[in-house]
Ligand binder design. Sequence first.
Ligand code: PGA
Length: 260
Amino acid sequence: MTQKRPLVIGNWKMNLDYVEAVHLGQQLGVMLKNKPVEHTDIVVAPPFVDLRSVTSIIESERIPVEVAAQHVNANENGAHTGEISVSMLKRLNVKWILIGHSERRAMYAMSDELVAATLRSVTRAGVRAVVCVGEALQVREADEHEAYVSAQLASALEGLDEKSRELISVAYEPIWAIGTGLSASAEQVRAMMDHIRSVLAQLSLGDARVLYGGSVNAENAPSLMLEGAVDGFLVGGASLKAESFMGIVQSCDDCYDGKR
Ligand code: PGA
């Protein structure tokens, strides 16, 4: 049984146009009405262009789900063609922002410094941040994954003020497990959760929830939750269908409740 209230975030990545996004939001709403979730915080992260439609449907139908953005620019405004600022997201009632997803780091040159700057601008605005960390396969094979993840965390999180700390969650997503269908084992996840929690405690962030991401589905969620000792999940592929996403959410809720 996990100690902290579980958090499950669906990262829709570059999938679903606004019509499809509204449809999925409505499906989640119906499922949550039929089988309410008591203990788990649920968040979805649609593409930018879907945010307005998804926040509207969630508000008008009172769906107990919050909305995240998948990325944000670290600057407040100005000449940054094609970019989006935190204040714009806040106006849309976006409550969470993913920062430093491995796809942003690998494909869009997001450095540790930029992750740290983005985190500062998000927390300064009072928005919740999910800082994503995780190693590539070569790093794990060289047995350097713990040092690698500590360095990512230290670079992103050092020197945050008291108020910012409350806004932070961490997602551990080993790159080799993302979108591959091969989740990390519960033992590997457990070892990394212990490691990340000790690093966070040293940075005075012991209350932050630590999620796992990488090929999570409704089948592996219970063992990752119970044996892997995670505080929740960042879900990609399995969040694109209401049934599979809600299966994961329900597992978290049952594990927290001691029903599993
Ligand atoms: P996946 O993606 O669940 O499809 O592996 C997870 C993520 O990238 O957040």
